[in-house]
Design a protein around this ligand. Sequence first.
Ligand code: NAP
Length: 232
Amino acid sequence: MKIAVLGTGTVGQTIAGKLESLGHDVMMGTRDPKATLAREKPDGFGRPPLKEWMTGHGSVRLGTYAEAAAHGELLVNATHGVASLEALAAAGKENINDKVLLDISNPLDLSKGFPPTLTISNTDSLGEQIQRAYPKAKVVKSLNTLSAFLMVAPSLLPEAHNLFISGNDEGAKNKVKALLYSFGWKEADLIDLGDITTARGTEQWLPLWARLMGTLKTERFNLRIVQGSVPH
Ligand code: NAP
């Protein structure tokens, strides 16, 4: 499938690399491809320049957000949450159109360091804001609740763990689920929370996720929901 991965950070690289390995035709989107490829130094998170990653992923192309969105039959939003609406505006309404948009972003403000704060919460979510901005698009929020490398390799944890899905369109959610299965997720581990307003819950998990990372000193953890019938 032709897939656009908007975003060139850890998530963009991880998802694009996995999609490439699965045989998809992937274009990554960035603000300015020339400037992104000209970067020589690691970024603020110590990530090597994108051109180093690109040399190991020969079939992945890089374009502007608009070029990538035009290329993709399915779009992935892996941009910085505070800038996602700006990035999608650059991608262009005409290129987003009525496509499935897998939204992995979180509205985290890291400008004052760690721990991050949420820029949207309680009565709204970034997933909903994106859906409102692009009413024809089929926004599906998922993969935003765990670290990038677990997104495409869930079996790296020794036990079963859960992933959440939010979105208004059942057909779009099924397309995303099929993609998730191809990443190694099992049907039993996916929890479909319902419509896109349920993204409020998954985005608001991030403050606790960040604190857990600080305490556990690893990103290799995830949620496992245990249910049972409790006697009254
Ligand atoms: P990130 O540093 O949050 O985002 C990098 C991307 O955002 C780059 O492509 C960058 O564009 C773009 N960007 C930054 N400011 C922009 C602006 N003003 N306008 C347009 N685009 C802008 O990278 P990340 O860690 O890969 O995270 C991506 C998203 O996934 C975030 O929303 C994050 O919360 C979420 N997430 C991350 C993880 C994780 O493990 N890292 C896990 C779950 C969810 P350029 O390419 O032009 O530089």
